[in-house]
Design a protein around this ligand. Structure first.
Ligand code: SF4
Ligand code: SF4
Length: 98
């Protein structure tokens, strides 16, 4: 990623305050991720535990069903895989680059 046009520390608000609530939508924070969740639609029972627990709202749900993962914002914390029911295990964490 080019850092040429990114703001420097002198451009940040004092104290690192967030002046625009909800601005995460505009940032691709998924670049921090070292591992990614892989969702298996065949195994998924759509209990939506992963959607409830994901701290980044990165589980994409349509019509009450998990349809994918927002990799632009998912940080790879693995909470979704941890909270998916043990008998189902529809989410697997894999290292980035695999
Ligand atoms: S790994 Fe973390 S951030 Fe990514 S979808 Fe799962 S719970 Fe959300
Ligand atoms: S927690 Fe697991 S079974 Fe439940 S919706 Fe998410 S992926 Fe599907």
């Amino acid at each position: 990623m080019s850092t040429e046009n990114l703001p420097g520390w002198k451009d940040l608000p004092a104290g690192g305050l967030i002046l625009e609530p909800g601005n995460a939508e505009n940032l691709e924070t998924g670049e921090w991720r070292s591992s990614r969740p892989i969702h298996d639609k065949q195994k998924c029972i759509n209990c939506l535990f992963c959607w409830v627990f994901c701290p980044d709202s990165s589980i994409i749900v349509e019509d009450g069903k998990v349809v994918g993962i927002d990799y632009k914002h998912c940080k790879g914390c693995g909470i979704c895989a941890r909270e998916c029911p043990p008998k189902v295990k529809a989410i697997t964490m894999v290292p980035e680059g695999e």
